[in-house]
Design a protein around this ligand. Structure first.
Ligand SMILES: *Cc1c(COP(=O)(O)O)cnc(C)c1O
Length: 368
C-alpha cells in the first residue's frame, strides 16, 4: 500500500463513499466470510447473495419506514433509463398526458424521453430564471387527467432542491431522487414512484433503485420488452437476469452505515443540513466574492453551486483547491462555475477544509 492520502472528493457522481464501507468491501472483495470466495464471485442465485439482497431491501425499507404496498427494486441502466421506463410503463397507450415540472437539466432530459411515449405537458419551467429556484405551491397545478406528475427533487447540476414534497393532488407523483436519496426522511406516502441512480448517495455506479407503489403495475401496457416492464422486476424480486451484484452489495453496506453509524435518516439530514449551511454561510459572508446560484429558499443541501467574478478566477479556485486535496469542485460543463457536492458520505471535516480554503482564497484574491 502506498501512503497516498484520500482526497476530499466533492464530485457530483460517482461520488465519495464512506470509508468504513470501502474497508468492509475491500475485505469482502477477497473473501466473503464463510464463502471461501469474494462477493464478486458468488452466484446471484446463491443463498448468500439472496440474503445480501434481502438485507439491503430490508435496511432501505426500515430507513424509509416503507409501507408494504411499495416495492423496492434494483435495476440497471441508470436513472437515465428510468426517464424512458417511467413513460413506457405509465404513459404509453393511456391517452393521457404526463406533467413535468422542470427545475433543471435532469428534468429536461426526463421530459424529452417521455415525449417519445406520449403527450407531455410542462406545467412549470424554470428556464427563464436560469433554473435558480423551485416553484411555490401556487405556481403550478397538475392537469386533472394527467397520467402522472414528474419532478426532480434535487437538481444536481443547478443545485436547487424542493424542501417540501410537491403537491400533485390525486395524480401519481413520480420523483427522480437520484442526488438526494436517503439524505433526509421522506414522506413516501405522497409518492407513487421514486427512482435514484446509486452513484450519488447510495453506492457505486451500476444500480438504480426504484420504489414503486403496487397499484401502478395495473396500468402497465402489454407488450413492453420484459426488461423494461416493471412487473418483471416485481415478480422476480429484482432477479430476472444477472443483477449488478457488487453495486447492490455496496448499496446495502451504505444503507447500514446510515442506520448504524450515522443513526438513521433524521440524523443524516441533520448532518447534511449543517454541512450545507456552513458553505452557504461562507458564500453569503463573502461580500459578493462568491455568488450562490440558487435562491436561498431553493438551495440544495447536496450540491452547492456558486460563481466567482470570472472564469479565470474560477479555474484558479478549482486548481488551488485541488492542490489542497479538495477535488471535483468544477461545475458541470453545461453551466460552469463551482459545484461542491456534499452528499451523505462527505465528512463534515471535508466541508471545514473547504470553508477554510474559500476564506483564504478570497482574502488572497479579493480586491482591497
Ligand atoms: C446523475 C443524475 C441522473 C443520471 O443518472 P445516470 O445514472 O447517469 O443515468 C439523473 N437524474 C439526476 C437528478 C441525477 O443527479
Amino acid at each position: 500500500m502506498s501512503d497516498e492520502r484520500r482526497i476530499f472528493n466533492f464530485s457530483a457522481g460517482p461520488a465519495t463513499l464512506p470509508l468504513p464501507v470501502l474497508e468492509e468491501a475491500r475485505r469482502d472483495g477477497i473473501l466473503l466470510p464463510g464463502e471461501g470466495a469474494s462477493v464478486y464471485e458468488i452466484s446471484h442465485r446463491s443463498a448468500r447473495f439472496q440474503s445480501i439482497l434481502d438485507d439491503t431491501v430490508a435496511t432501505i425499507r426500515e430507513l424509509l419506514q416503507l409501507p408494504d404496498r411499495y416495492h423496492v427494486l434494483f435495476l440497471a441502466g441508470g436513472a437515465s433509463l428510468q426517464f424512458s421506463m417511467v413513460a413506457m410503463n405509465l404513459l404509453r397507450d393511456t391517452n393521457r398526458t404526463a406533467n413535468y415540472v422542470l427545475t433543471g437539466s435532469w428534468g429536461k432530459k426526463a421530459r424529452r424521453e417521455a415525449e417519445r411515449e406520449g403527450k407531455v405537458d410542462v406545467v412549470w419551467d424554470g428556464a427563464s430564471e436560469n433554473y435558480a429556484r423551485v416553484p411555490t405551491e401556487d405556481e403550478w397545478r397538475a392537469s386533472d387527467d394527467a397520467a402522472y406528475v414528474h419532478v426532480t427533487s434535487n437538481e444536481t447540476i443547478e443545485g436547487v432542491q424542493f424542501s417540501e414534497v410537491p403537491d400533485a393532488g390525486a395524480i401519481p407523483l413520480v420523483c427522480d431522487a437520484s442526488s438526494e436519496f436517503l439524505s433526509r426522511p421522506i414522506d413516501v406516502d405522497r409518492y407513487a414512484l421514486i427512482y435514484a441512480g446509486a452513484q450519488k448517495n447510495l453506492g457505486p455506479a451500476g444500480v438504480t433503485l426504484v420504489i414503486l407503489r403496487d397499484d401502478l403495475t395495473e396500468g402497465i401496457p402489454e407488450g413492453l420488452p420484459s426488461m423494461l416492464d416493471y412487473r418483471t422486476w416485481v415478480k422476480s424480486g429484482s432477479l430476472y437476469n444477472t443483477p449488478p451484484v457488487f453495486a447492490i452489495y455496496m448499496t446495502g453496506l451504505v444503507a447500514r452505515w446510515i442506520r448504524d453509524d450515522v443513526g438513521g435518516l433524521e440524523a443524516m439530514a441533520k448532518r447534511n443540513r449543517a454541512k450545507a449551511e456552513r458553505l452557504y454561510e461562507a458564500i453569503d459572508a463573502s461580500d459578493g466574492f462568491y455568488r450562490g446560484h440558487a435562491h436561498p429558499e431553493s438551495r440544495s443541501k447536496m450540491n452547492v453551486t456558486f460563481r466567482l467574478q470570472d472564469a479565470d478566477l474560477e479555474s484558479a479556485f478549482v486548481a488551488d483547491a485541488a492542490q489542497r486535496g479538495l477535488a471535483g469542485l468544477k461545475g458541470h460543463r453545461s453551466v460552469g462555475g463551482i459545484r461542491a457536492s456534499v452528499y451523505n458520505a462527505m465528512e463534515p471535516a471535508g466541508v471545514d477544509e473547504l470553508v477554510a480554503f474559500m476564506n483564504e482564497f478570497r482574502l488572497a484574491r479579493q480586491p482591497a
